[in-house]
Write a protein that binds this ligand. Structure first.
Ligand code: ZN
Length: 411
């Protein structure tokens, strides 16, 4: 992907003072004169930054402005170890709102919409990001936060919500509940903005079908504003990234080498305007590709494809590397399956055993046939043969947050 001249100018501008403003970057770029960065090629020689770098300077070592300019912090949901704290200036918060409102607009959402926000509020960037964007747009935000399905459905009905913002797992849970109660016709939902999780086509189709809404994928991460730095458009062919705020690269996760557009690798982000905590060549660990060419919708912002997984999601069984997205693809083309699955990897009697659990409403012989079919497709697509095991629909767990699907008990 070629760096636009406006992007290079923004990078050069922030590099003029970056090392003076930030002890973190003074150390990171020690021995590098940032005024030497005059081209894309120069930029590509700079070292990457990582979540581990940010943890190391916990709590506020990444801050690149004086205290009086910081208006807020957020923190990434560190399930393990030290959290990462990101400080925001007033301008950062505004820039985030501008980007998020743009996302809603691309999804055809307007100031007459009523936006039910179910992601969590607090240190996490999700809920508050959806809210900021809604307010900026002039729509009515309904700040539900997660959980309490009973109340969610009541508000959805009584306040006449037209837009649902949720994780894919929670959207599915709500969709199934709505369908079970047969109350779809009493609701006003017309669009869904689904965030921050890699998910399969089959799950999307189920939510779209059961709720009868058009779904848009929103992208972002706490370290870089939060959700809202990009969204899919009506073409539903990848997510546009706001390249006037963020510069994107895709690199080989092992070697760091920049990959040509179209090839899958790790997404690397550079913030172009962020003040509180600028990030330079930040490795997201998200696997995707830059979609070559222009989008039929007419937007000139570049697109990334649906996330394939995380570099750390990759698992290896019987010498074969695989990603959850590949398993999803297998599930999707096996007949009679739902979108839900679990992969169990165990080490039994000196051998790796791979079991794929999937849901189906088939019974008897048809069910056995589906199991054999899945095993064959798995072998053909991924390169090793699992044991496929069908369970009734609804038996695998759904969660309000990210659903864990890969269980590796070998270590
Ligand atoms: Zn488009």
């Amino acid at each position: 992907m070629e760096m636009k001249s406006e992007q290079l100018e923004l990078i050069k501008e922030q590099f003029k003072t970056l090392k003076d403003r930030s002890p973190f970057y003074a150390k990171k770029f020690d021995g590098i004169d940032l005024s030497d960065v005059q081209s894309q090629a120069d930029f590509e020689k700079l070292p990457f930054s990582e979540k581990a770098d940010l943890r190391e300077v916990y709590p506020l070592g990444i801050q690149a402005v004086p205290d009086e300019e910081v208006v807020r912090i957020h923190s990434s949901s560190g399930t393990t170890g030290t959290p990462v704290i990101i400080p925001y200036t007033q301008k950062d918060v505004e820039d985030w709102a501008i980007q998020f409102a743009r996302c809603y607009e691309v999804a055809g959402i307007t100031n007459t919409d009523r936006i039910q926000i179910t992601p969590g509020y607090g240190l996490w960037t999700a809920g508050i990001g959806f809210q900021l964007g809604a307010e900026r747009l002039g729509a009515m935000a309904i700040p539900m936060g997660p959980g309490n399905t009973e109340k969610q459905l009541r508000f959805m009905h009584d306040i006449k919500s037209t837009v649902l913002c949720a994780t894919s797992s929670y959207a599915l849970l709500l969709a199934e509940e709505i369908s079970k109660r047969g109350i779809r016709d009493e609701l006003y939902l017309r669009k869904g903005v689904i965030g921050s999780e890699r998910w399969g086509e089959k799950m999307r189709h189920r939510i779209e079908h059961e709720l009868g809404i058009e779904i848009f994928d929103i992208y972002g991460l706490t370290e870089v504003y939060g959700p809202g730095i990009g969204i899919s458009c009506h073409e539903h062919a990848g997510m546009h990234i706001w390249d006037d705020y963020v510069y994107i690269e895709v690199v080989n996760p092992k070697t760091g080498e920049i990959l040509p557009d179209g090839e899958i690798g790790e997404l690397v982000l550079t913030t172009l305007r962020k003040e509180g905590a600028p990030l330079i060549r930040y490795r997201t660990h998200d696997l995707t590709r830059i979609i070559p060419g222009e989008c039929a919708c007419g937007l000139h912002h570049p697109r990334i494809d649906t996330l394939v997984g995380r570099t750390d999601d990759m698992f290896k069984v019987k010498g074969v590397n695989m990603f959850p997205a590949q398993v999803e693809e297998v599930i999707a083309i096996t007949s009679g399956t739902s979108s839900e699955y679990q992969v169990m990897i165990e080490h039994i009697m000196g051998k790796d055993v791979l079991t794929v659990l999937f849901e189906t409403d088939l019974t008897g012989e048809a069910r056995e046939h589906a199991e054999r079919e899945l095993e064959m497709i798995f072998k053909a697509k991924i390169g090793c043969t699992p044991e496929a095991k069908a369970v009734p629909i609804g038996e695998l767990p759904r969660s309000e947050k990210k659903t864990q699907r890969i269980f590796d008990s070998r270590y």
